[in-house]
Design a protein around this ligand. Structure first.
Ligand code: CTP
Length: 426
């Protein structure tokens, strides 16, 4: 493994060496584990170092953080700690542990264990390898469960038959890793996975844990393929019983993907989209407002996410009719679209293919979005207009005129302001 470690960026190599040295000083054994080892072998970038120590993980992390002068976040309930180093590097330190699942789909009872125990409690063989980073054995790969062979053969395989019953979130994880790396879920694992899905195990998990896994899936590069796979293995019911993945769903998801690409290419400096949310909205598009509200409450989506989902669901046919009317004035396009979140506007563009609607939304993003006028309340005051709620109205009128090309320069805006004030005798 030494050759793989040598290829890492220098900052990361230094960090790994330092962690090993601290372990040696404390006479402890420390290993790199999990997704970091998998990605190291695959040559994929992973900035999250996952470290396991045979011994007290938190006190070990305290020593490493002190050595680095870095911030430490302790999670006493789990015997883990996170060290945040530099701008983007993160080290998760855990005590090697053994897990026992008292009942399916619930969080396990944990107790300290050996490295072998710790690797055995993990989801898939490809995630259950370790690399020794103690100075004497630096770079030695530890593979008790056949991870290397599965990695070579592109297989996602559980370590034991009850894995999906113990932790059904692994159903989503299996699909996620399969799609991300172009692997396939090995036949026996697939049988166990389908069995667990059929027995409703996904619905037995605490919804917020499922939400987090689902969001990770939707944040992948190819979320549509993953969703389709999840649908085929019967794994969508945890969102809503009977949720269908139809040709229409697929078409809308693909249209969303196109709109995301269009937006990214043309407006790289605008606010970043919550792409995962757009895919999720497309996935549940056929559901009613009530069902959507129930899902938001059950998954405890944050306020901003819930608001955007509700906003799209509540857009009335009259809104789409208005937006699809040919020859709308820019000020009208602006008043229809400016109050809406980007995700909602792009979803509308993905869903409704009327040429006028397409044109108006493109125009909104290209020209009108974020248009500001130069006249201010101070200018109005200087013109002798007493402050009051009518200021808003005057400024809105000037903005509309600017959008429609009737007041382009500051001078023209000022003239228009003067005209309005006199016309209305304000
Ligand atoms: N793990 C597990 N079962 C889970 C979640 C995690 O066994 N339900 C273990 C796996 O060994 C995994 C490690 O914990 O590799 C770290 O989990 P996480 O950070 O969620 O995933 P990564 O494997 O690092 O994957 P990603 O690249 O998506 O972050």
């Amino acid at each position: 493994m030494k050759k793989y470690l040598e290829k890492l960026p220098q900052e990361m190599r230094g960090l790994i060496k330092l962690v090993g040295d601290v372990a040696a000083q404390k006479n402890m054994r420390v290993y790199l584990v999990g997704g970091f080892v998998r990605d190291l072998l695959l040559g994929a970038t992973n900035l999250d170092l996952d470290v396991v120590v045979e011994g007290d993980g938190i006190s070990f992390a305290e020593d490493v953080a002190a050595e680095l002068g870095s911030k430490l976040i302790r999670h006493h309930a789990f015997g883990t700690a996170t060290i945040v180093s530099g701008h983007h590097l993160k080290i998760d330190v855990a005590t090697a542990r053994k897990e026992a699942y008292a009942s399916p789909a619930q969080l396990p009872v944990v107790q300290p264990g050996s490295l072998k125990d710790d690797l055995f409690r993990r989801d898939f063989t490809i995630n259950a390898m370790a690399v020794d980073i103690n100075p004497n054995d630096f770079g030695r790969l530890i593979d008790f469960y056949g991870g290397i062979s599965d990695l070579k053969n592109k297989k996602v395989r559980v370590l034991h038959d009850l894995s999906f019953f113990d932790d059904p979130t692994r159903i989503l994880r299996a699909v996620r890793f399969e799609q991300r790396y172009g692997f396939h879920i090995e036949p026996r694992t697939l049988k166990r996975l389908k069995g667990a899905a059929k027995r409703g195990m996904l619905e037995a998990v605490e919804p917020q844990r499922m939400r987090d896994e689902l969001i990770l899936m939707l944040k992948e590069k190819e979320p549509i393929k993953a969703l389709e796979r999840l649908h085929r293995i019967g794994g969508l019911a945890f969102i809503k019983k009977g949720l269908k993945f139809t040709n229409k769903t697929r078409a809308l998801l693909n249209a969303v993907k196109k709109e995301i690409a269009w937006f990214g290419k043309n407006f790289p400096h605008r606010r970043r989209l919550d792409k995962w949310l757009m895919y999720f909205m497309a996935l549940i598009d056929a559901l009613s407002v009530k069902d959507t509200e129930n899902i938001c409450a059950r998954f405890a989506f944050c306020k901003g996410e819930t608001k955007r989902m509700a906003c799209f669901k509540r857009l009335r046919p009259a809104f789409f009719r208005a937006l699809s009317t040919a020859g709308l004035k820019p000020s009208r396009i602006f008043s229809l679209l400016e109050p809406l979140p980007y995700e909602v506007i792009l979803l509308a563009k993905a869903k409704f293919k009327f040429p006028a609607l397409q044109l108006h939304i493109s125009g909104f993003f290209r020209i009108y979005n974020g248009t500001r006028i130069q006249v201010t309340g101070c200018d109005l005051q200087k013109m002798g207009c007493l402050p009051g709620p009518h200021y808003q109205e005057i400024l809105k009128k000037i903005l509309r005129a600017k959008l429609d090309g009737r007041a382009v320069s500051r001078q023209e805006e000022l003239s228009l302001a003067c005209e309005i004030i006199h016309r209305q005798r304000l």
